[in-house]
Write a protein that binds this ligand. Structure first.
Ligand SMILES: Nc1ncnc2c1ncn2[C@@H]1O[C@H](COP(=O)(O)OP(=O)(O)OP(=O)(O)O)[C@@H](O)[C@H]1O
Ligand SMILES: [Mg+2]
Length: 617
């Protein structure tokens, strides 16, 4: 979580994305929590499914009872069946074999029912957790995505949830089943021979303690292991989105190696966990079987001395086998549970992540619109990005835009133009100053109300892996096809879309790879127009378009600006000339304001910029 993406890219070894910062008291207590306490976080996800749990529980009880009945039937068979003589013996044999089969039939049905109920729970709960985490993550502010790599989140959603699925879908029922067998088997052992059972219970107690203690280690390693997988996914996710750059720089091998070593680290961590768990298994089996064999040895002597029947010892042996098997399985599921606890911890952390940008509890509403366009005011706004506390991206910015006005924002690269838009959309809150939309502080508005009032055409347009129609409709999901086409016409996108192989139904490729830069931009403009917002923010792409698409995009922009308030980050002379007013930003400060002609006459920064960029003297 605390990974700096910059270091992660170059030195993935040290970028332990998830190691809790030692300075944070919250995370250090979290890491001390016992695994069971962590799993308690799953309770809200399990709670809605009480009936399914009851069904699984009933099936489980039946299965355990059937299993425990088998040794008893076995003893009856030996002592009464084989031990007795004559016709009575045949009768007994028939009865007990029939009973044995009946028990097996109950076992079969109960086991199947348990499997169904429990697997259903596992799938259901995993689906719920996936949705909940995704729903939560996509409400996070951009600050979250500056420090969290998307591939990591994806890995959490897929692999971490899979661990929880195996916990809920099998481990819990295995644990319950074996706990029942353990308790029931132990009870039956006491019933068979108090003395032997007492000895065994003391021995078991002594052996289980170290097993539990060692199990803790498995959990830590398990979390490490999941983190390494998330790292690898993050690396792959980033690179797959930049394939053309990777290939143009012929970095295929470098990237493959980088991913390879990331995977290798995941492997090494996994092996450490597996080694720890293997040791746990050895420890458990040797200690427990050692204890049981010792007690059986005592039992064998008891039979020889005649203080116990052969059937009783047989029964005792079977119960000890059940108990030992149960303990072994419990140790195994403990390992599973600890793995899942590691994963749960991570998912719950994601869920606990609170976006610093929240809608107020009692949001104000915007006044009813009386004019075309929204008014905008900024008072003494100072802002630095959270990751750059030392350098302000905007300094003491004061600006007032009337409804319906078109303001061009110009300035050198890095002046803070895009930052200004980020603040208007409330992706970040300024450290100082106020921003008012239609006279209401944007912090007092519901986030959705604020953002619904703003249309944005970003610097790098985003095209989704869908057809042209759906990509434009993203601006307003309930728009009809005709409305979409009208917006496309206004944005000068209709003509080229018509020429695509399937017209509006043409698939644009992931991230719009099947379109040119200018075409992508016009799709983005059409999308913003369809939304028809009172405030439009245009971040003109700096990339040079050819004269024809420049003319088309320009026409589209002009159509977009009509009848609303527009802030346009301008890189083209045509755009600044259309604006009512030009403001010039430099190093986060508003340095000049005026019209094109007055600013050129002033001979300041704008005049310089204009000379360089627009070739105006
Ligand atoms: N997410 C971020 N975290 C930290 N600093 C940032 C972030 N985004 C931008 N900056 C910094 O803030 C300053 C202003 O950036 P901004 O994107 O607003 O520039 P711009 O005026 O839009 O430039 P351009 O014309 O090149 O798009 C720059 O110094 C930039 O490095
Ligand atoms: Mg910018």
């Amino acid at each position: 979580m605390s990974a700096n993406p910059a270091t992660a890219a170059t030195t993935p070894v040290t970028a332990t994305a998830t190691a809790p910062a030692p300075t944070s008291p919250e995370s250090s207590t979290a890491s001390k929590k016992s695994s069971l306490a962590t799993l308690r976080g799953l309770v809200p996800f399990l709670a809605p499914y009480k009936p399914q749990f009851v069904m699984a529980g009933v099936a489980l009880l039946f299965a355990a009872a059937a299993t425990l009945a088998i040794p008893y039937a076995f003893k009856q068979m030996i002592d009464l069946g084989f031990g007795a003589t004559g016709s009575k013996s045949t009768e007994h044999i028939d009865f007990y074999f029939l009973a044995l089969f009946g028990v097996a039939a109950v076992l079969a049905v109960a086991t199947a029912a348990r499997f169904y109920a429990v697997s259903w729970l596992g799938e259901r709960v995993t689906a719920d957790i996936r949705s909940a985490v995704y729903r939560h993550v996509i409400t996070q502010s951009p600050q979250f995505f500056e420090i969290t790599r998307s591939g990591e989140v994806l890995s959490r959603l897929t692999t971490d949830t899979t661990l929880i699925q195996s916990l809920v879908g099998t481990s819990i029922s295995m644990a319950l089943r074996n706990a029942l067998l353990f308790v029931g088997g132990l009870g039956m052992m006491f019933f068979t021979s108090v003395k032997l059972a007492a000895i065994i219970i003391v021995l078991l107690f002594v052996t289980i303690l170290p097993i539990i203690l060692y199990g803790r280690r498995v959990r830590t390693l398990s979390r490490d292991s999941q983190d390494r997988i998330a790292d690898a996914s993050a690396v792959a996710g980033e690179i797959l989105n930049a394939m053309t750059t990777v290939q143009a720089y012929t970095h295929e091998k470098i990237e493959a190696d980088r991913f390879g070593s990331s995977v290798e680290r995941a492997f090494i961590t996994a092996i450490r966990r597996i080694r720890a768990r293997s040791l746990l298994t050895v420890l458990a089996i040797v200690l427990i079987f050692g204890a049981i064999v010792f007690v059986l040895w005592l039992g064998a002597h008891a039979v020889i001395q005649g203080s116990m029947t052969g059937g009783e010892l047989g029964q005792f042996i079977l119960y000890s086998a059940i108990v030992a098997g149960a303990v072994g399985a419990l140790a195994e599921t403990l390992g599973e549970a600890q793995r899942a606890a590691g994963a749960t911890e991570r998912l719950l952390e994601l869920l606990a992540e609170r976006s610093p940008i929240q809608s107020p509890d009692k949001p104000l509403s915007l006044p009813p619109r009386t004019q075309a366009g929204a008014s905008l005011e900024m008072h003494d706004v100072t802002f630095n990005y959270p990751s750059r506390p030392q350098s302000a991206s905007l300094t003491h910015l004061t600006l007032s835009v009337k409804a319906g006005e078109t303001v061009a924002v110009v300035g050198p690269s890095g002046a803070g133009k895009t930052t200004l838009f980020q603040l208007l959309l409330r992706f970040y809150d300024p450290q100082q100053g106020r921003i008012l939309l239609d006279g209401v502080a944007i912090g007092d508005l519901d986030l959705h109300v604020l953002r619904d009032a703003i249309g944005i055409v970003p610097q790098d347009t985003v095209i989704f892996a869908a057809d042209a129609m759906e990509n434009i409709r993203y601006g307003r999901v309930d728009a009809t096809d005709d409305e979409v086409i009208a917006a496309a016409k206004m944005a000068a996108a209709h003509e080229f879309i018509e020429k695509l192989p399937d017209g509006y139904k043409s698939f644009l490729g992931e991230r719009g790879v099947r379109l040119s830069g200018g075409q992508r931009q016009r799709i983005a403009i059409a999308r913003a127009l369809l939304k028809n917002p009172p405030l439009l923010l245009l971040d003109e792409a700096t990339s040079a378009l050819d004269a024809e698409s420049e003319r088309l995009v320009q026409g589209a922009l002009e159509a977009a600006m009509a009848g609303r308030t527009t802030l346009v980050i301008a890189h083209r002379l045509a755009t600044v000339q259309k604006a009512d007013r030009i403001i010039v930003l430099d190093e986060g400060r508003l340095v000049e304001t005026g019209t094109h002609a007055s600013l050129v006459a002033q001979g300041g920064i704008y005049a310089n910029l204009a000379a360089l960029q627009f070739h105006v003297k």
